[in-house]
Design a protein around this ligand. Structure first.
Ligand SMILES: [Cu+2]
Length: 95
């Protein structure tokens, strides 16, 4: 009986921490300039992944965009734009 309630509170604890984690994520899509070939995708992806707080990067060479999921507590959109620009690909937030 006691173990069962302990288990139930544990489940609630895990579930609440998971939703908390989801709330800490922000996503943005960037329009990326200077896309010349398919390899650019990897350069851009690497540059963004090196930014602390970036959770995932999805570069789309067809649309010339990069979708980034990041932790807004650790980084900001300006840092993402700066990272692609430093790599030779200036970017702007897709409207
Ligand atoms: Cu290229």
């Amino acid at each position: 009986m006691k173990l069962k309630s302990l288990f139930a509170s544990l489940v609630i604890l895990i579930a609440s921490s998971m939703s908390l984690q989801a709330a800490e994520q922000q996503s943005v899509t960037l329009d990326v300039e200077n896309f010349t070939c398919t390899m650019c995708k990897y350069t851009i992806k690497k540059a963004l992944k090196n930014v602390e707080g970036v959770e995932s990067v999805d570069v789309n060479p067809d649309n010339k965009t990069a979708s980034v999921v990041f932790d807004p507590q650790k980084t900001a959109i300006e840092a993402l734009i700066n990272a692609t620009t430093q790599a030779g690909y200036p970017s702007t937030v897709k409207e």
